[in-house]
Structure formats: C-alpha cells, structure tokens
Design a protein around this ligand. Sequence first.
Ligand code: COA
Length: 175
Amino acid sequence: MSTTEQTGAARIDHVVVPGTFDPVTLGHMDVISRTRKLFPRVTVAVAASVNKRGRGTAFTLEERVEMLRQALAEEGLSDVEVLPFTGLLVDFCHGIGALGVVKGLRAMTDFEYELQQADLNCHMAPDIESVFVMSNPKYGYVSSSIVREISSMGSDVSSLVPPCVNQRLKEHYSA
Ligand code: COA
C-alpha cells in the first residue's frame, strides 16, 4: 500500500497560481515556470478586479488574461492554462479540481500577508494545500504597480516584463 493510500490524502497533481497580474511581470513568470517544474498541471487564475490595496485594475480582465497567455506561449509554457475567476479562490479551485495554491514570496512583508491568506483559505477549504516558492532574488523588487509607474512615465520596462507586455504597456500609456 502506498503512503497516500495509507494516509488517505490525495496526491496533488493540479495547482493554481492566482493573482491580479496587472500586468504579469518577469517575477510572476519565474514563479509560474518553477511551479510548472514541480507540478504536472498548472492553472493561472486571474482575479477579476481585486488587488492588495483594494484598487481597480489598469488593464481589463480580458487584457490581463490575454497578456498572460501570450507571455506563456513566448516562454514555451503553452501547457499552462490561464483562466479568469471571480469569487472565492477556494471555490474556483474546487470547481476545476485543483488541490493546491502556489504563490511566490519575495520578502518578509509578503510572508505576513500570504500567511493570513493561506490561513483563511485553509479555514474555508482544508483540502486545499498552500505552497510557497521563494521568488528569484533578481525580481525581488518587481511588482505590477512599479512596472506601471515606470512605464507611465515613459521609461523602458523591458527588463521587468515579458516582451508582449512591454509592447502592451507602451500602447496603453501612449494612448
Ligand atoms: N513577482 C512579482 N510581483 C509579485 C509577486 C511575484 N512573485 N508576488 C506578488 N507580486 C505583486 C503583484 O505584482 C502585486 O503588485 P502591486 O500591488 O504592486 O500591483 C502584488 O504583489 C499583489 O499581488 P496580487 O496578484 O494582487 O495578489 P494578492 O496576493 O493580493 O492576491 C488574489 C490576489 C486574487 C489571489 C486574492 O486576492 C484572492 O484570493 N482573491 C479571491 C477572494 C478570496 O478568495 N479571498 C479570500 C482569501 S484571502
């Protein structure tokens, strides 16, 4: 009898990487590609309109999903599925049969916030495991709002975002 059969726990072969992705950065891409190395099936879940500070998004849900799909295709990660979601993350996970949520940790400040979210999710859905990967230090300072701020001032962000996002940001802020 295998260990999973003995404990009754299901093996996790499908995980969700959730976020607002407004827009997706190279930091996010690093977390997604490393998650794909760890799990056979990965779904990136793009939240409709919430972010850490409760503000609206610069890009529409459709634009954020499209940028992610294009960026993943450019990286040879087309087998990573991208889906929009509204409502509770744990309900979305149950709906698609994913038993894990993977998030990247950049610093201690991320940890406190992520721990609270993970605890909440565990309270609501104890069958869903939270998994954390440490962000590549190269991208420790990168965030979507920093990218938007620099780009909106006309500066180049090609070292911080995938090429298709760089192009999209230029169009967005020159419009
Ligand atoms: N690399 C680069 N940036 C990263 C990053 C990484 N590895 N990890 C996080 N970030 C940045 C994002 O760019 C974003 O930056 P910004 O604030 O400058 O725009 C910021 O961290 C917040 O990321 P975001 O994608 O908004 O994630 P979040 O941690 O706030 O969580 C959801 C978003 C959608 C996962 C969460 O709100 C959620 O689960 N919502 C559904 C409702 C729900 O279930 N609530 C109960 C559980 S809390």
